[in-house]
Design a binder for this molecule. Sequence first.
Ligand code: ZN
Length: 273
Amino acid sequence: MADLARLSINQATTREQHSLAEAIAAYAGAGVTGISIWRDKLDECGLDEAVRMVQDHGLRVSGLCRAGQFPGGDAASRQASIDDSLLAVDQAVALGADCLIVVAGGLPRGSKDLAGARSMIRDGLGAVLPHARAAGMPVAIEPLHPMYAAERCAINTLGQALDLCDELGPGVGVAVDVYHLWWDPDLQAQIDRAGERVLAYHVCDWLVPTTDLLLDRGMMGDGVIDIPQISAWVEDSGYDGLIEVEIFSAGNWWKRPGDEVVRACRERIQSAV
Ligand code: ZN
């Protein structure tokens, strides 16, 4: 079971309860080590203020969510995603984040060209990486469950993400999220292949039944994922960074008091991760 000192909470877990300032205060006040910050919340409070608050509370930033969304129907929209991702690199550096999370993007509207979308993802990442490398900011490709291939992310397995890393060279790795990857029969082998390229580890649980494919994630221990097994594989890869709880739960956890959710994260990382 995981050490409490490795706990980070992805801000989305209390998205409905907390502003960024409130999340920072609540997590730090509960003795949580890290936070993963979302850029929409960052924009609400401003980068300078966010940097000050994170430093004042002594929180480690396990990741900044997110850059990417590279496929687009025209060159202008693709360039806009690249420009936005370059800005995200600078924000992640200012926050001292462990990595910048990339959610690559799905099919452009009206397109059925999945291979083309994946080429755009490779080209977009290739355009962002030189700046990220120069800034010393590791970029973490997060494969998303294949049910999101059309609208959110056409990188859907760890193997596919690592193929991209192989192609793109240094400065890029992967985020392993149990929710997206637990079903993959090749998962252990691909985590082993990733080695030091595992840049982030995200946990929650898969509920049965799942009533909403985006907003019904479970707290660790409440679903069917063998999280300790995956944690052991991630550990064996050499990853010793923070373990991030990331739960989107419109019907349950987002309705509970923020302090109760933070308490549950603290308990479950020690009992179910
Ligand atoms: Zn994740």
